[in-house]
Design a protein around this ligand. Structure first.
Ligand SMILES: NC(=O)N[C@@H](CC(=O)O)C(=O)O
Ligand SMILES: [Zn+2]
Ligand SMILES: [Zn+2]
Length: 444
């Protein structure tokens, strides 16, 4: 059996980790084994579970594919991804689920597939499939225009609850967006010559996106989601919460929530550098809200970090703020950014382990993942925490070829293992073979 020698675990203990095929056999000191893999006291983390990615197939393979997206994941220490339903066709029927599952065969990492909700969804066939979760359920339009109304949302949450499937929610209330900042003639409320909105308030600077999809729209939608979850007695998770208020609402009411690296590390102050490449939903918030969100990462209030990896091409993003698509890539830079942050903030490596692996596995019930312990999958990534690099878009592997984190510090994995198989070897710049499996297809 192979033994990873002298790995430093997140809590600082130095241990050997013995592998039996795809599984961790033992964690201990001076373990016997035939094939040694030297960790040299570098940091060994459980492979991260990114519960929120958009890998764009079917329908938009010019932005990302399962092959490119999953390589980007592996090169960032992520060994499981959860794909969202706003593809083309949307994953709102059993047939669409099966179609996406065929694309996911190309995945280098393990995965879950979510089901989505639109007026024309087919819950009967959809819930026959092994959904990772129902979601993200869009309470406002985002990429894919899958925003739904309150009644359908309540129905969908009830269906999920009776099927025992968790629900993840994109919580923004479009009726609270500030249309006064829109240019004349763009939205439903805009009229002709008698448009009531003052010319002076219309904006076209990138920060206008944050002014438009303002924080209150998320906070109110989060509150409404709490009520819907309680009525249905459902397990509900708030996706990409961008405000400390929404995190607190979740924490106080039995919901769980996630934050993205971009909402934790970027703010409205960064539009000067990012321009329209900084447009995403929910949008970047004030620097003070960003700081309060980061505090909730550090202090344990936040349940998980997930990336909302939402690639669009450079050409697509290079438009005015009202026409650029929403979303930024992130699956490859999540763990590297968080590990680098442990060097200059109060964030601990144990917390990074928990929010990227242990907690997502526990709260979504992912069998056999999220821990370095006997019986768990050998999903592992090794990091040299003294090797801090400056993030460079050219060195990343997403098909979109850009990152909002260029120039940020990152600690990237030396290698990444998916169920015992090396899927990324940084010194060799070599990927393994596809072979990712659907985490909901195995017996618990
Ligand atoms: N976050 C985004 O701005 N965009 C996402 C959709 C989403 O998660 O809302 C995308 O798929 O492009
Ligand atoms: Zn979303
Ligand atoms: Zn998303």
């Amino acid at each position: 059996m192979r033994v990873i020698r002298d790995a430093t675990l997140a809590d600082g203990r130095v241990r050997d980790v013995r592998l039996d095929g795809e599984t961790i056999d033992a964690v201990g000191v001076d373990l016997d084994g035939t094939v040694p893999i030297d960790a040299d006291e570098r940091l060994l983390l459980p492979g991260a579970i990114d519960a929120h990615v958009h890998f764009r197939q079917p329908g938009a393979s010019h932005k990302e594919t399962w092959a490119t997206g999953s390589r980007s994941a592996a090169a960032g220490g992520v060994t499981t991804v959860v794909d969202q339903p706003n593809t083309d066709p949307p994953t709102t029927t059993g047939e669409a689920y099966d179609g996406k599952a065929a694309f996911a065969d190309d995945s280098l990492v393990d995965y879950g597939l979510n089901g989505g909700v639109t007026e024309s969804w087919d819950p009967d066939s959809l819930f026959e499939r092994p959904l990772f979760a129902l979601g993200e359920v869009f309470l406002a339009d985002s990429t894919g225009e899958m925003g739904i109304d309150a009644d359908l949302f309540a129905d969908a949450v009830e269906r999920a609850a009776s099927a025992g499937v968790p629900v993840t929610v994109h919580a923004e209330d479009a009726t609270l967006f500030d249309e006064s900042v829109l240019p004349r003639g763009t939205e439903s409320a805009s009229g002709g010559d008698d448009d009531p909105r003052a010319e002076a308030t219309a904006r076209d600077d990138p920060d206008a996106w944050s002014a438009y999809r303002r924080a209150e729209a998320e906070i109110v939608a989060a509150e409404r989601t709490v009520d819907v979850a309680a009525d249905a007695d459902a397990q509900v998770h708030l996706a990409h919460t961008s405000t400390p208020e929404a995190v607190d609402i979740a924490a106080d009411s039995g919901l769980t929530c996630e934050a993205t690296p971009h909402h934790l590390l970027l703010s409205r102050d960064d539009y000067d550098d990012l321009g329209t490449f900084g447009r995403m939903n929910p949008p970047l918030r004030s620097e003070s809200r960003r700081g309060e969100l980061f505090e909730r990462l550090v202090d344990g209030t936040l349940d998980i970090v997930a990336t909302d990896h939402a690639p669009h091409t450079r050409a697509e993003k290079d438009a005015d703020i009202w026409n650029a698509p929403s979303g930024v890539p992130g699956v490859e830079t999540m763990v590297p950014l968080l590990l680098a942050a442990t060097r200059r903030t109060d964030l601990t490596v144990e917390r990074v382990r928990d929010v990227t692996a242990r907690n997502p596995a526990e709260l979504f019930g992912v069998a056999g993942k999220g821990r370095i312990a006997p019986g768990y999958d050998a999903d592992l990534a090794l990091y040299d925490t003294t090797d801090v690099t400056e993030i460079d878009a050219d060195a990343l592997h997403s098909k979109c070829t850009w990152t909002p984190f260029a120039g940020f510090e990152g600690v990237f994995p030396v290698w990444t293992m998916r169920r015992g198989e090396r899927v990324w070897d940084a010194p060799e710049e070599a990927f393994g073979e596809p072979g990712g499996t659907n985490v909901r297809r195995r017996s618990p």
